[in-house]
Design a protein. Structure first.
Length: 277
């Protein structure tokens, strides 16, 4: 019964999202522009853009880091807080739908919606590569797709946690922007300042940096082009000594997933015990 309710909630969220203007913008920005950047990478490297650290591919990585998390956060934080403001819960309590089915159905539906354009852009790049007779490194393509999948799941969970904590959509969106900016920029600046002052060892600094899921994603994406992480300088030795090449690839998939699931579970507990109306 709860499975049927979960899928029904997910379906409703998917239908609402597909009709929303933000999804159209999201698809055009991420699916369109990023796909074009990917195609330019194909033309330049002749192997689907996975060889070399060209300026274009670095730009693609940076765009992925910036665009995916903020879109996921901004669109997700409205889920609980927005429905609370709209009085949806009063209507929800009159229906035979459990809170668990509603919350996790929202997550399932939103995950499908936010990952669909990302995956579609990747598939489009592969199809064009095949039509042009360009070699496709399927292993690297699959791993990068998996990285995007777990990053979307990570920030979806964080977004649902913020949404459960916030009492209004304005507060939720403000908190989402602060979280995104902190993970994208502020933590790196703080760590850089601490390292310059010599207050922590490189090993401790790298460990602290890898607590940031965005940093984990960036390093793993770079590892696709540069397995020895030469561009990271001395930090590469710490990472490779700690994990190894294969170990870090596994860590880069597992850690963001754990963060996302933990945030979602905590968000559900707060949502379940909160004042719904």
């Amino acid at each position: 019964m709860i499975t049927k309710q979960l899928w029904l909630t997910a379906k409703l969220d998917i239908v609402e999202s597909l009709r929303a203007r933000w999804f159209q913008v999201y698809t055009l920005v991420f699916g369109g522009i990023v796909a074009l950047l990917f195609l330019f990478g194909l033309t330049e490297s002749r192997v689907l853009g996975f060889i070399g650290l060209s300026r274009l591919l670095v730009t693609y990585i940076q765009l992925t880091m910036a665009i995916l998390p903020i879109f996921v956060l901004i669109t997700t934080v409205r889920s609980v807080a927005g429905d609370r403001e709209a009085g949806v819960y009063e209507y929800l309590l009159s229906l035979p739908v459990s809170l668990a089915a509603w919350f996790w159905g929202k997550i399932l539906g939103r995950y499908i919606v936010i990952f669909l354009p990302v995956f579609g852009a990747m598939v489009l790049a592969v199809l064009i590569a095949l039509l042009r007779g360009i070699e496709v490194p399927w292993g690297m393509f699959g791993y990068y797709t998996a990285l995007l999948a777990v990053m979307a799941a990570c920030f979806l969970g964080i977004g649902m946690l913020i949404s459960a904590l916030a009492r209004s959509t304005d507060m939720a969106q403000g908190a989402a922007f602060v979280v995104w900016l902190t993970l994208l920029l502020f933590l790196d600046l703080i760590l850089l300042g601490v390292m310059i002052q010599g207050k922590v060892s490189p090993e401790v600094a790298v460990t602290m940096a890898l607590a940031n899921p965005l940093q984990v994603f960036r390093t793993a994406a770079l590892a696709l082009f540069d397995p020895q992480l030469i561009v990271l300088g001395p930090s590469a030795y710490v990472i490779l000594d700690l994990f190894g090449v294969i170990g870090y690839k596994v860590f880069a998939l597992a850690y963001p997933t754990v963060v996302g699931v933990a945030a979602a579970v905590l968000g559900y507990q707060i949502f379940k015990r909160g004042d719904l109306p």
